[in-house]
Design a protein around this ligand. Structure first.
Ligand SMILES: [Zn+2]
Length: 336
C-alpha cells in the first residue's frame, strides 16, 4: 500500500494475527468516499484521513490496503458514503456493489424522498441505508434525536423492503441515554422486518456504556451491533457474554481504522490517542515520540482475539453473520 504499512506492522501481523484471524473477513462498516460525489466547492480535501489514499477511498483501494494490512485474508465489505448533506447521495451509492464481496448501503437524509431512495436501492442493488445525525430533520431549538434520522414513510419503506439500516445513535450520553434506548426499541418493535445495526455497539467505547444496556436489546431479533472502532476488551467481553453472538458484526469504520492509534477509556469517557492529529472525535495527540503505534484496526483485532472466543464464534463474528445478513437481504429484494 504505497509504503503505508511499516516493517514493524508486518512483524506485528506475523506474530499476533497470522493464523489467528479467520481466512475470510467481512468488514461491515466501511466508508467508500468518491471525490466525484462532492460538489466542486466542497470537495474531499478537508477530510484529512482520506489524504493517505489520495483524497478518496474506493472499493479498489479498500482491497489494496487490506491486502497489505491483513495479507492472505479474503475481504468482503458493506460500504456507504461519508454522511453529509452536500454529498450527492445517489451518486455516492454507485460504487460497484457485486453482492458477492461488495455490498452497499445508500446514505439517507430525512429530506430525501422515498421514491429516490427506493430507486437508488434498486438501481445499485443495495442492501439498505445509512442515516446520520447531520442529515436528520432539524427542529429549531431542539437537539437531533434518533427518530429525526428518518421520516415515518422512509421507515415504512425499510420495513416493507426488509432492508438494513446502519445507525450511529446521537446525543452525548449514547447508549446510556434513556431517550436513545427508548427510540431504538421503538424502531425495532414498530419495524420488525427491517434490521437495525447499531454502529460501534451504540457508541459504547467505554465500559459503563455497554454494561447492562446491551442486554435490553437481546429481545429484539432485528437489533444488531457492529464493533467499528471498538478496541475495548471489556466492552467486547460484556457484549459477547450478554448478547447473541450471531447479531454482533465485525466492522471497522475504514478508512479511519487504518490510522494509527488506540481508543482509551478515561474516567467513564474515552479519547483517541494518536501520534498524529486527525479530525475525528476527541483526540489526544501524543507528541512524545516514544510510543510505537499500529492502526486502530490492529488494536480492534487484538481486543477481540483476547476474548478467546470459540473458533466457530470467531468465524461467524468476522465473516459468517454479516455475510448471511447481507446475502439474505439482497436476495430477498433483488433476487439471486
Ligand atoms: Zn462510520
Amino acid at each position: 500500500m504505497n509504503g503505508i504499512v511499516t516493517d514493524y506492522e508486518r512483524q506485528v501481523f506475523a506474530e499476533e494475527f497470522s493464523g489467528r484471524v479467520p481466512r475470510k473477513i467481512f468488514d461491515s462498516h466501511v466508508h467508500i468516499v468518491l471525490r466525484r460525489s462532492y460538489p466542486a466547492d466542497r470537495g474531499t480535501e478537508s477530510i484529512d484521513y482520506l489524504a493517505p489514499h489520495g483524497g478518496e477511498f474506493s472499493v479498489q483501494r479498500f482491497f489494496e490496503v487490506y491486502e497489505e494490512l491483513l495479507p492472505g485474508v479474503e475481504m468482503s465489505l458493506a460500504g456507504f458514503g461519508m454522511p453529509a448533506m452536500h454529498v450527492d447521495r445517489s451518486d455516492a451509492a454507485d460504487f460497484g456493489t457485486d453482492n458477492e464481496r461488495v455490498f452497499g448501503l445508500r446514505l439517507l437524509s430525512a429530506y430525501d424522498t422515498v421514491e429516490q431512495i427506493e430507486a437508488d436501492i434498486r438501481k445499485h442493488r443495495l442492501a439498505g441505508v445509512k442515516p446520520y445525525a447531520n442529515m436528520a430533520l432539524k427542529t429549531p431549538g431542539r437537539e437531533v434525536e434518533l427518530l429525526d434520522f428518518f421520516t415515518p414513510e422512509q421507515l415504512e419503506m425499510l420495513n416493507r423492503l426488509k432492508l438494513i439500516a446502519v445507525v450511529h445513535i446521537p446525543r452525548a450520553m449514547r447508549l446510556e441515554d434513556p431517550l436513545n434506548r427508548k427510540q431504538m426499541k421503538y424502531l425495532c418493535e414498530k419495524y420488525p422486518d427491517a434490521t437495525f445495526v447499531f454502529a460501534h455497539i451504540g457508541r459504547a467505547y467505554y465500559q459503563r456504556c455497554a454494561t447492562k444496556y446491551v442486554d435490553e436489546f437481546v429481545e429484539f431479533p432485528n437489533a444488531y451491533w457492529d464493533t467499528a472502532m471498538i478496541n475495548h476488551e471489556g466492552v467486547l467481553r460484556y457484549t459477547f457474554d450478554h448478547f447473541p453472538a450471531e447479531r454482533i458484526l465485525f466492522g471497522t469504520d475504514a478508512p479511519i481504522s487504518f490510522i494509527r492509534g488506540k481508543s482509551v477509556e478515561i474516567n467513564h469517557q474515552y479519547a483517541y490517542v494518536m501520534p498524529e492529529n486527525y479530525d475525528f472525535g476527541t483526540t489526544l495527540i501524543d507528541t512524545t515520540g516514544k510510543i510505537r503505534y499500529v492502526p486502530f484496526l490492529y488494536e480492534q483485532l487484538r481486543s477481540v482475539l483476547a476474548l478467546d472466543l470459540p473458533r466457530r464464534t470467531l468465524e461467524d463474528f468476522f465473516f459468517g453473520s454479516a455475510h448471511r445478513l447481507y446475502t439474505t437481504t439482497v436476495e430477498r429484494i433483488h433476487g439471486k
